[in-house]
Design a protein around this ligand. Structure first.
Ligand SMILES: [Zn+2]
Length: 286
């Protein structure tokens, strides 16, 4: 599943390739990919004739700011184009002649025979057009529940202490909760817990402030390292140019069950917590 670094990698790619070019039309191949407005025709009509001035990311949501293309008017706002990749979604910037992959759900046409293609095998991915008079959270309801982004100034030690204290649940489970921290998933939660020396099953209530401080730093570090490497390699993640990232090759514990710890040489173990696999080193983590 794409996590924050993959979505951030996609965002950066989209900002390099898609800005200030007129969206000339589109084709929705699977209606339920369009989460808002309820009519697919309205979605296409809403984005057509606009250009994207910039792509933002909130948690794992992508948000493109739209403005009219002719006459170009970057100051006047014509809504947002939103996207969420969910399990298997991919946004690919392709030439219009590229053969259509069978899991293509939405095509957005740009000038010069280019298109932005939303390919999604599992079909949980979504797209939105948020009209300028509609609050973004009203159309993209998941945004309202989202916690602070790990890269925002609000992601402080105090914030994390307040979110975790008095919670009798394993820290690993808490880290996957999008209302605690936005964008973290299984891979980076395992990696951050290893870096901060905390066992995944440790109850939040039992964490010292000093441990939470280490954990906050570790979360930011593992996410930054992965973004720098172009996102994680897992079976179906591709950046907008269709290239795999490579963070998976340097994972400390994630998916390394039975292999030696890169720090102490002990065998990496795996337990299930809340239905998800957690990978850890019993020597380095307490
Ligand atoms: Zn170790």
């Amino acid at each position: 599943m794409p996590e924050l670094p993959e979505v951030e990698t996609v965002r950066r790619g989209l900002n390099q390739l898609t800005l200030n070019q007129e969206i000339t039309g589109g084709d929705v191949l699977l209606d339920r990919t369009i989460a808002y407005p309820f009519s697919v025709g309205e979605f296409i009509h809403g984005i057509k004739g606009n250009t994207i001035s910039t792509w933002h990311r909130r948690g794992k949501y992508l948000l493109a700011e739209l403005s009219p293309s002719s006459p170009p008017s970057p100051q006047s706002h014509t809504g947002y184009l939103g996207a969420h990749l969910r399990m298997t979604g991919q946004l690919l910037w392709l030439h219009r002649d590229e053969p259509l992959h069978k899991h293509t759900r939405v095509r957005l046409f740009f000038g010069d025979q280019q298109e932005l293609r939303f390919v999604d095998q599992r079909t949980f991915g979504q797209m939105w057009w948020v009209p300028p008079n509609v609050p973004v959270e009203t159309a993209m309801t998941g945004l309202a529940k989202l916690a602070v982004d790990p890269f925002s100034p609000e992601f402080t030690v105090d914030y994390l202490v307040q979110k975790l204290q008095n919670r009798r649940r394993p820290i690993k489970t808490a880290l996957l909760d999008q209302s605690v921290v936005a964008g973290l998933g299984n891979i980076y939660a395992d990696e951050a817990l290893f870096k901060s020396g905390i066992l995944p099953e440790t109850l939040c209530t039992n964490l010292e402030r000093s441990q939470i401080k280490l954990l906050r730093t570790a979360i930011i570090q593992v996410l930054e390292a992965s973004i720098a490497a172009g996102g994680t390699t897992f079976s179906n993640f591709l950046n907008v140019k269709g290239v795999n990232g490579n963070y998976g090759g340097v994972a400390l514990v994630y998916n390394r069950t039975g292999e030696p710890c890169r720090v102490c040489g002990n065998v990496i173990q795996r337990i299930k917590l809340g239905g998800r696999s957690s990978h850890f080193c019993p020597e380095c983590q307490h």
